[in-house]
Design a protein around this ligand. Structure first.
Ligand SMILES: C[S@@+](CC[C@H](N)C(=O)[O-])C[C@H]1O[C@@H](n2cnc3c(N)ncnc32)[C@H](O)[C@@H]1O
Length: 257
């Protein structure tokens, strides 16, 4: 299996010729701060949709305000909302002293509107911490109505579906990028939405955290980063990652040791 790759350049041109991807990962600049790189990028969503396999889906990181501001663009580009998960940080950022201290971000999954959800590759992730005494089988509550698909079988004491709020320490103090995402969190998204051996396209690679996550889970990876220095740092990170050498082994072997 090929090693993870970081391209230097603008994702709108570079990634248009690199698909099709089993999964698109995008952590775009939110346009929330005065940092030089934090500028909204126009037009990337359409490029990402065109580069996505029909069975693929796209996970996008952002604050709620970003999705309220730009949510319509995803629909206009031919995407449907599938689900969202919350990354709960151990310590967050607060720009305003008159609001709650913000310790979370969202990751939203979209899929192509010309595809049925049932045709989208989706592997429900489970936790390994279930104990038999907390496993209960419940009837569907009346207020949920007839939802149809969604049957989930759990053995007593066996795995349970991963919760949609996931705690992960942020990378403060050891980050390469100021808004670096924890690769362990990103790995869960990749395992959910990219088949083993499939390829992840990361439109805003930053420090390459998604590349590390792809390697940890035995998926291929192409990332794009416009800042040449950051792209170099991401390449160095991936070259030094223990997991990158494991790409191409089975998932179990890849995580061993
Ligand atoms: C929020 S950060 C990504 C952080 C990354 N997920 C990580 O964990 O390190 C967004 C990145 O997108 C890059 N960027 C901005 N515009 C871009 C473009 N048009 N094409 C590719 N990268 C871009 C910025 O330089 C920045 O590093």
């Amino acid at each position: 299996m090929s090693a993870p790759e970081i391209i230097t350049g603008d994702c709108r041109t570079e990634m248009s010729v690199r698909g099709p991807f089993d999964m698109v990962f995008a952590d775009p600049p939110y346009g929330d701060t005065s940092l030089t790189w934090d500028r909204k990028v126009e037009g990337w969503i359409a490029v990402a949709v065109a580069a996505l396999k029909p069975s693929g889906s796209m996970w996008v990181f952002g604050f709620m305000r970003f999705f309220i501001d730009q949510g319509g663009l995803f629909k206009a580009a031919g995407l449907r909302y599938a689900q969202d998960v919350v990354w709960e940080k151990h310590n967050g950022s607060s720009f305003h002293c008159d609001r709650f201290k913000r310790v979370h971000e969202h990751a939203v999954q979209f899929y192509r509107a010309d595809t049925e959800w049932a045709a989208v590759w989706n592997e429900v992730q489970t936790t390994s911490d279930a104990r038999s005494r907390v496993v209960r089988r419940k009837k569907r509550p009346a207020h949920t109505g007839d939802i149809g698909r969604g049957h989930y079988v759990s053995e007593d004491g066996g795995p349970r579906i991963e919760r949609s709020v996931i705690y992960a320490r942020s990378c403060h103090g050891r980050a390469i990028h100021p808004t670096e995402k924890p690769s362990g969190f990103v790995e869960k998204l990749i395992r959910t939405s990219c088949p083993p051996g499939g390829i992840v396209g990361d439109f805003f690679a930053g420090s390459g955290s998604a590349g590390e996550a792809a390697a940890m889970s035995g998926r291929r990876y192409v990332g794009c980063e416009i800042d040449p220095e950051m792209a170099r740092a991401a390449r160095d990170r991936l070259a030094g990652s223990l997991f990158v050498g494991c790409v191409g082994t089975t998932e179990k072997e890849g995580r061993a040791g």
